[in-house]
Write a new protein. Structure first.
Length: 229
């Protein structure tokens, strides 16, 4: 009789245990889009590493966390030298949209330069180590000139174009003053969009300033002290 009661008790405990495990699993699956069980709010981490050549994956991840009510804040872990201006601007604008609902903090790694620093400017708080190399926002356009080499091997390039203002930069000859002027104007039209973001200041939580190379205005914006060189 006693054995029978013990057996029934074990069966009941087993059923209850399975029930609670299943309930916790379902809550974790449907309680938030991240699919992780949590009793309270969560902090999501979005990593931006390496050259920024596209924005789709990062923006998609940011949107998922934006729509996830269990995520209360987002940490951007940036370790990037930047590169593409367009994907950096797209990520920057997406962060500004999310900031209306959730706090966003940027944690800078070894390097957060150019587009990496530009993206960080959209966050509520920037945290950087003294060894972090940051700043250096700008636009660079490079061309190669093989004219002298082509002369030695007997190769001559021919370019046909319609209109006097059509850009026809060729690696087989020097750039004309008109071409240089047009390209310089195109480059000069990009920074204003970057400059306008600098007015939306962030607080600096690094304690000690990251080393700023190439952007002196960073010291006034984030309160950082740039090191030598």
């Amino acid at each position: 009789m006693k054995r029978k009661r013990v057996l029934v008790g074990l069966i009941v405990l087993g059923v209850l245990l399975v029930f609670f495990i299943s309930a916790f699993f379902l809550i974790g699956q449907f309680g938030g889009k991240s699919g992780r069980f949590s009793f309270g709010g969560k902090i999501a981490i979005v990593e931006i590493k390496g050259v920024i050549s596209q924005s789709h994956g990062i923006i998609q991840e940011l949107r998922e966390y934006q729509e996830d009510d269990s995520v209360k804040a987002i940490v951007l872990r940036i370790d990037s030298p930047g590169e593409g201006s367009r994907p950096s601007q797209e990520i920057y604008r997406q962060i500004l949209k999310i900031k209306k609902d959730k706090k966003i903090v940027t944690s800078m790694g070894s390097v957060a330069a150019s587009g990496g620093y530009y993206i960080a400017c959209a966050s509520d708080l920037i945290v950087a180590n003294p060894g972090t190399v940051t700043g250096s926002i700008g636009v660079v356009m490079q061309f190669s000139n093989f004219e002298e080499l082509m002369k030695k091997v007997g190769i001559k390039g021919v370019v046909l174009k319609a209109g006097n203002t059509r850009i026809s930069v060729s690696p087989f000859r020097d750039m004309t003053p008109e071409e240089r002027m047009i390209l310089q104007e195109a480059i000069d039209n990009i920074p204003p969009a970057i400059h306008s973001s600098r007015g939306r200041g962030q607080k600096n939580g690094s304690g000690q300033g990251a080393r700023n190379r190439g952007w002196p205005d960073l010291d006034r914006r984030t309160g950082q002290n740039s090191g030598p060189g």
